[in-house]
Structures are given as structure tokens and as C-alpha cells.
Design a protein around this ligand. Structure first.
Ligand code: LLP
Length: 422
């Protein structure tokens, strides 16, 4: 297994390329670790969804928590994407891009007054509300601002999604969404919310879901809920099915966008919803790699460790969720022959990218690429161990540019102070 067929990272004459640019030539200028994104892969995946669901003219709001790089966001905004935001910070980023606020939806279980105010001022399309107290608060703030705002209720369909425990959100044991009974009461009494138009239903059941069934169950449950409301004279305008579509990391066979559409679209026949989707990983996941350099090989007599210059602070998914990321050499080399753990330099036993992985026995200083790192990669990076965050590069055809400079130690201590009493 070398490169996935689902992205634009391929070997040419023994060298790994992103589209028309060799990865090694980028690294020569940026150093490592560095994230590299493919413009074409981003756009292809965005279009796959738009095309598959074209019959319902979906509003595809990229879940920008997956990848918040402004250049990446701009690529998608130019394609017509909206954004699913979860904080005032994300709102501000969208504003700075001058993206269309009427294509922005805002979910989060803990929206603060400041965030609510900022989103109302910006004129976003829809708040995806996650509790009754939050609804009250938005109503109160909208009243103060003399605005009427549109609201969808994120309902919790209480299903058990077959995915990693930490990214499963669709059950009532999780903090997300509103239980159906409460949601129903809110809808039935919606005229009492003077400053709100409560007219949407939102679901998001989890992430990296590989088959259509969980989505289907959730959508069916949401539609049954909508139908009950209809019988009571409540009409729904927005129907947002969230994100969650799984991708290939190793040997998964996730449903395609077409297959997803074939499952879900028949359920939507004859309904005149404004249909919204919030994919994150599906668009960005396979569009990015993390390039790192092998530093050392350590053999302690029990195990071998390949030590690389990226750490869990750069890509936390393997440590946090036990996620698999394919690792390939940037310079194509001999067949894999070395079984080792691939580890970072961080002072944590959990700083492991791969356990007992069979890899080519590359020399010290050689480059390795961790694949499918475009979603929840840089976005979850930290400065743990005083490590500046990596650089990010965007490639389009034969062109490339640094779209996020590598942080410096100065960046890390900006804002720190040592008070006089110390
Ligand atoms: N909509 C909402 C309300 C969400 O909470 C999320 C993701 C999405 C959409 C996008 O889901 P996606 O299409 O990317 O699956 N850090 C974890 C994933 C956390 C997902 C959080 N919410 C990981 O690295 O696997």
C-alpha cells in the first residue's frame, strides 16, 4: 500500500509529489515538520458532495474546526462553501475572509454572550441551539439588540453511533443537542420567543462514520420528529444533517458521497427544506499530509523506535484516539522491512504516531509523510513542550506558498509577563 487513490499525493520518478510540486523541494525551503495541502483535493471533495446532493441544492457549510487555515477556507469560500462555526474566533476568521455570513451556521453547547452578540451583528444564517437556557439567552440578547434571529434546534436523536467513543455525539449520554421532548415543547411554544424564528432542525451524530445506516437512522428520526411537528402546525424551513462522513485512513471502505446521497435523498422527496450539510473531514482529511524528518532509530533490545521531529503537539489524533495514519517515505525506497514504533520527541509515552508499523528502513535525516492529516491535524496542534507550531503550505498545480508561517519561540512568549513580586 502506498498512496491513496483519493488524493493528489503521488510518487513521480521516486519522489512524493503534491500535485505538480515535489514535497522534498518544499521542505528544502520550509523545513520540517510541515503540513502540505492540495488545492485540487480540497476542491474535488467539496464538489463531490455538492454534486451528489445537487437535486436538493445543498448549502455545504465546511466545518472549519477541521482545518481553519485561512487560505484553505478561502479556497472553499470561492467554491461557494458556507461555514459551520463553533466559536467567536471562527466567526472572526470568516469575517476576515469577507465570506458570505448568510452561509454561516453556528453550533456549540457553550456560546457566550459575546459570541452570540458578535454572530447577531455579523448576520449569520442560523444558530444551531443546543439547550433551552441557551435559547433563552439568545432570545434575550436578540431583544436587547432589537433583532430577530433564526434558530435551528440541534436535536439529539439518541442513537449509538458506531465510531470512536470520543467523537460520538448522537446519544443522550453526551452533552450535545436537545432531547426530543424538550425540543418539541420549544417548537410548540415557539411564538413566545419574540426575538427568534425557531424554524430549523439540526443533527450531527458523530464523526468518521463509514456507512450510511447511522445517518439514515438519525435522519429518519429527525424527519419523524418534523412530521409530528407538522401535524401540530409547525413548519420547518431548515434541515441540517451535520457532518460526520468517514474517509480512508488505512483500508476503510467508507460510503462515497454518491452512496450517501442515494440513501438520504429519497427521504427528502417532497419536502421543501433548505438543506444544509456540515462536512469537515470529508473535504479536508485526505487533502493534507504532515511531513516530518527521521532523527534517530533507537533499538533498546526489546523494541525499535523511529524517532521523528514531529510530535503529538503537531498531530494529536494517534495519541488521542488511537487513530491510524499511513506513513510513507518522501523518497520512494526499498520495501518495508523494519518493524518499529514511530514516535515524536515529546516527553509523554503517548507521543506515538504508529505502533509496530512495518516501514522502509530509511536513513537518518530522510523525510516521511503522515497521510490524511488535513483534518483535525494542524487544527488541534498545541505548543506543548514549548514547540512552535509547524508551517502550513498550500499547493495548486505547480505553484505553492506558505500559508501559515512556522511559529517562533517569540510567538510563544508573546503576552507572557514576569511580575515584580517574583
Ligand atoms: N458539525 C458539527 C456540529 C460538529 O461538531 C462536527 C465535528 C462537524 C460538523 C464535522 O464533522 P466531520 O464531518 O469532520 O466528521 N477531532 C476529531 C473529530 C472531532 C469532530 C468534532 N465535530 C478527530 O480528529 O477525529
Amino acid at each position: 500500500m502506498h498512496t491513496h487513490p483519493v488524493h493528489d499525493f503521488q510518487y513521480k520518478k521516486g519522489q512524493l509529489y503534491c500535485e505538480g510540486v515535489s514535497v522534498a523541494s518544499i521542505v528544502k525551503e520550509t523545513g520540517t515538520p510541515v503540513y502540505i495541502y492540495s488545492y485540487q483535493t480540497l476542491v474535488d471533495h467539496y464538489r463531490k458532495i455538492v454534486e451528489a446532493f445537487s437535486s436538493v441544492n445543498p448549502l455545504v457549510c465546511f466545518a472549519m474546526k477541521a482545518n481553519g487555515n485561512p487560505a484553505v477556507l478561502k479556497v472553499l469560500a470561492k467554491e461557494g462553501a458556507g461555514f459551520d462555526i463553533v466559536s467567536g474566533g471562527e466567526l472572526e476568521k470568516v469575517r476576515m475572509l469577507k465570506a458570505d455570513m448568510k452561509r454561516v451556521v453556528f453550533a456549540s453547547v457553550g456560546k457566550t454572550d459575546e459570541e452570540i452578540r458578535a454572530a447577531i451583528t455579523a448576520g449569520i444564517l442560523l444558530f444551531n441551539v443546543e439547550s433551552l437556557p441557551e435559547l433563552r439567552n439568545i432570545n434575550r440578547i436578540a431583544g436587547q439588540m432589537k433583532k430577530r434571529v433564526q434558530v435551528a434546534l440541534r436535536i439529539n436523536p439518541d442513537i449509538d453511533t458506531p465510531t470512536h467513543e470520543k467523537i460520538n455525539t448522537g446519544s443522550l449520554k453526551k452533552k450535545f443537542g436537545i432531547d426530543l421532548r424538550t425540543a418539541r415543547e420549544i417548537f410548540l411554544g415557539r411564538s413566545a420567543w419574540r426575538n427568534l424564528l425557531v424554524n430549523g432542525v439540526h443533527i450531527h451524530i458523530g464523526s468518521q462514520i463509514l456507512t450510511g445506516e447511522p445517518f439514515l437512522t438519525a435522519v429518519e428520526r429527525a424527519l419523524a420528529f418534523v412530521d409530528e411537528l407538522k401535524a401540530d402546525g409547525v413548519r420547518i424551513e431548515y434541515f441540517d444533517i451535520g457532518g460526520g462522513m468517514g474517509i480512508v485512513y488505512k483500508d476503510e471502505t467508507p460510503q462515497t458521497a454518491q452512496e450517501y446521497a442515494r440513501k438520504v435523498l429519497p427521504l427528502l422527496k417532497g419536502r421543501d427544506f433548505r438543506f444544509i450539510m456540515e462536512p469537515g473531514r470529508f473535504i479536508a482529511g485526505n487533502a493534507g499530509i504532515l511531513v516530518t524528518k527521521k532523527l534517530y532509530l533507537k533499538d533498546n533490545g526489546v523494541k525499535k523506535f523511529m524517532i521523528v521531529d514531529a510530535g503529538m503537539n503537531d498531530l494529536v489524533r494517534p495519541s488521542m484516539y488511537g487513530s491510524y495514519h499511513e506513513i510513507i517515505p518522501v523518497r520512494q525506497s526499498a520495501a518495508p522491512s523494519l518493524v518499529c514504533d514511530v514516535v515524536g520527541p515529546i516527553c509523554e509515552s503517548g507521543d506515538v504516531f504508529a505502533h509496530d508499523r512495518c516501514l522502509p528502513d530509511v536513513k537518518d535525516g530522510e523525510l516521511l509523510a503522515l497521510l490524511s492529516a488535513g483534518a483535525y491535524g494542524y487544527a488541534m496542534a498545541s505548543n506543548y513542550n514549548a514547540r512552535p507550531r509547524a508551517a502550513e503550505v498550500l499547493v495548486r498545480g505547480r505553484e505553492w506558498a506558505v500559508v501559515q508561517k512556522r511559529e517562533t519561540i517569540k510567538d510563544l512568549v508573546r503576552g507572557s509577563a514576569i511580575p515584580s513580586f517574583v
